[in-house]
Design a binder for this molecule. Sequence first.
Ligand code: NDP
Length: 391
Amino acid sequence: MWAYGVDKDKLREIQKIRLEERLPSFGIKKLDVPIPVLKADEVLIKPKYSALNFNSIWSSMAHPVAPFQLISGHIARNPIDKDHMLDYAIFGSDCSGTIVGVGTNVYDWSIGDDVVVHCNVINSSDPIIESDSMKSETQSIWGYETNFGAFAEYCKVKASQLLPKPSSLDWPSAASYCLTHSTAYRMLVGDNGARLKAGETCLIWGAAGGLGTFAIQLCKLAGVKSVAVVSNDEKAHICKELGADLVINRSKLDFGPFLTEDGDQNKLAWAKGKKILASLGVDKIDVVFEHVGAATLGASVYFLKKGGRIVICAASSGYDAKIDLRYLWMEVKSIIGSHFANYSEAQEASNLINSGHIVPKIYGVYDISKLGQLMDKMYRGETFGKVVFKH
Ligand code: NDP
């Protein structure tokens, strides 16, 4: 079968290039590999569409952790999955498709079922999954920390990763939303995140992106005022269309950069940022939706009102972030770490899609052969919403 990912030769090639000079397309290759063999609790899916997530960009850049190292970590947590260690790794963490094979212990799903895959891989016998599977020591992200991802003619997943395809959705939209929408849902709405309350104000970084386009809609649904931050007018327009109450084009308004060229916190820029917010009528920020990391976290802490909370799921600009702790403890603020979503959060998020309350914003649908090109575009911040691939 065909698949897109990396093999050991390609990985060696990309690791010879300085990180600043790498592009995601340098680290992705079309592979010709066997159809995965199922274990008892697994199903084989023929994806019709898949969607791009930033984790595949990290994988193809072999940064911050190279794919085979991630897979080794998964196997250390889940020895039963030693079949994932091969001399290639297939990427991709979102797809819609049809089941074409089931393992001997799969009773709830059948060949021919139309499904969406959610990317949380866990050992279902871990008791902690009763409360929150994201806290399981066995937890990994499919197609990032595991092999056999979505960018392939066939992929295999655990039966516990399946959701019925929302009947109201076309196939491309069904492939697009699960990873980022479920993540945004847990961050903002679920009991494990910021638990938005009607009347609050939420600042959303990267608001036209894969996470941000869902965050705006979740705020609207929760009766929360959203302040969407983006870097150009096209993205600003998209945020407005999605229902953002206020949009800041950070390039035009000199909203940042919040780090100096030496990577130190630029507190003058923080103060200026707060003035810009006040001039736009934002007198308090209850919640910050964070995934940018080093470049914004210091400012995010500073912008919050007393008692406010930051919910963070990533660090695209760097994970060694600095903050001025005085603004955290003296002003009783909190930072909540969040990662993907457990099964019930993913199902609740999916229900909002099925009912039409949340609508995926699709940047475009491309042939899967354009994967590398679109990864480069996303890496350069030139895409918005979700990029979808036809298989
Ligand atoms: P996108 O590329 O779609 O959107 C990210 C946006 O962030 C960019 O478009 C850009 O918007 C903004 N951004 C990037 N750098 C900066 C900066 N220095 N300052 C301000 N804004 C910046 O990506 P996603 O939304 O899909 O994902 C974002 C991150 O979240 C990735 O690192 C991804 O790996 C991670 N993630 C983590 C998940 C988890 O479960 N832990 C789940 C999903 C994603 P603009 O230029 O318009 O401001």
